[in-house]
Design a protein around this ligand. Structure first.
Ligand SMILES: *Cc1c(COP(=O)(O)O)cnc(C)c1O
Length: 373
């Protein structure tokens, strides 16, 4: 078989058309503005490329967790509104204002500090007020929101642009916890309504709520996991129109036959039973491939077991099921090969975690290659 030239040992392929189509579907079905959430380097997919594809798909806002993430997008040339969803220290405020970011606030001190920085810079700072309606993370409690609303309205150097909350359990089948959060959020909104600026944007829904709660759409949704074509949870699967964007691949770097009784990898926790064909993969825990017993990968369209301990940069597979496999073959960690597929959700369940953590955990040194750019 003619062997294609592959310039990488292990790499991620991101289908940007999948991102565009997933976003487009939400834009059309929801009928509201879409903020594409590209924190954590676009959930491990690469934030700049994902942001571009999401905007092409119809998103009009970008959302990130950290100042550094927002600055990376500004440096890449994005002039779109960017909301910093998380914590911003006082020492970072001037950078955020100068980069024209929208900043999340939930205390009186933050508002004062921002007003102060904006005044000194001779600029306006855009802010979104975060309401904690039942996540217990960041945000002002509903009953304390009106005080902050008044403070925002009286701040000369702040533009009060948005108010939002975040759901803790929108990905579960039981709607009651989300009903309660919506009720508390609604209460806060009612209390503040007399002082709302005319163009205030109200937003609440993550992917799960976007897909399941028309009553949570408000003016905008914050689309994360679904944009990447990954299921919000087993109880909240994506509609069939969505397509996963990410594949994770490596190659067989070496194949050999070992006699019975040979130990494989550190600690020799696997020993060959008979003569076995053992393959080596240039992927390890430093790439985000967990040091866990029970990993399986696709070789020649079949799922084969990883045997022995996963090393930092390499691991071994047992190839008896695929006698035709040879060095140079493409190996799939996540994605399709032939008529077989390994999903991020399957990897997550074998690792005892969620798909979010699997894709966010793919190592920085793994190149992201863009398909349909
Ligand atoms: C991460 C995040 C989102 C996106 O959540 P998904 O479940 O990935 O859609 C939305 N809003 C906030 C505040 C977030 O932190």
């Amino acid at each position: 078989m003619a062997e294609p030239v592959r310039p990488y040992a292990t790499w991620v392929e991101v289908d940007l058309q999948a991102i565009r189509d997933n976003v487009r579907w939400v834009v059309e079905q929801s009928g509201v503005a879409v903020m594409a959430i590209v924190k954590a380097d676009g959930y491990g997919h690469g934030s700049v490329a994902v942001a571009r594809a999401a905007l092409q798909g119809g998103a009009s806002w970008l959302g990130v967790a950290r100042l550094e993430e927002a600055l990376e997008l500004r440096q890449a040339g994005f002039q779109t509104p960017i909301l910093l969803l998380g914590y911003l220290s006082k020492a970072q405020m001037a950078y955020a204002i100068q980069s024209d970011l929208s900043i999340t606030v939930w205390t009186c001190e933050q508002i004062e500090a921002l007003e102060d920085h904006a005044r000194r810079l001779g600029r306006k700072a855009q802010v979104h007020l975060k309401i904690d309606s039942g996540m217990g993370r960041i945000g002002v409690l509903p009953q304390d929101a009106p005080n902050l609303a008044r403070q925002l309205v009286h701040s000369k150097h702040l533009v009060w642009e948005g108010v939002f909350t975040h759901f803790a359990r929108a990905d579960e089948t039981n709607p009651a916890p989300t009903d309660q959060q919506l009720e508390r959020f609604g209460f806060a909104l009612e209390q503040m309504r007399p002082v709302f600026p005319p163009s205030l944007r109200i937003h609440a829904a993550n992917s799960a709520a976007t897909l399941t709660r028309r009553d949570a759409l408000f003016d905008m949704v914050r689309l994360g996991i679904a944009m990447y074509g990954l299921h919000p949870s087993p109880a909240c699967p994506l509609p069939p129109a969505f397509k996963p964007a990410l594949s994770w691949k490596t190659i067989l770097s070496h194949v050999k036959r070992l006699p019975a009784g040979e130990g494989i990898s550190y600690g020799h926790i696997y020993t060959t039973q008979t003569t076995e064909r053992i393959g080596t993969l240039p992927i390890g825990y430093a790439d985000g491939f967990r040091r866990w017993q029970g990993n399986r990968v696709l070789v020649r369209g079949k799922k084969v077991p990883v045997v022995g301990r996963v090393c930092m940069d390499q691991c071994m597979v047992q190839l008896d099921e695929v006698p035709e496999a040879e060095a140079g073959d493409e190996v799939v960690i996540i994605g399709k090969q032939g008529d077989q597929r390994i999903t991020a959700e399957e990897v997550a369940s074998s690792w005892g975690t969620i798909n979010y953590e699997v894709v966010c955990g793919i190592g920085k040194r793994v190149p992201r290659i863009y398909v349909n750019p």
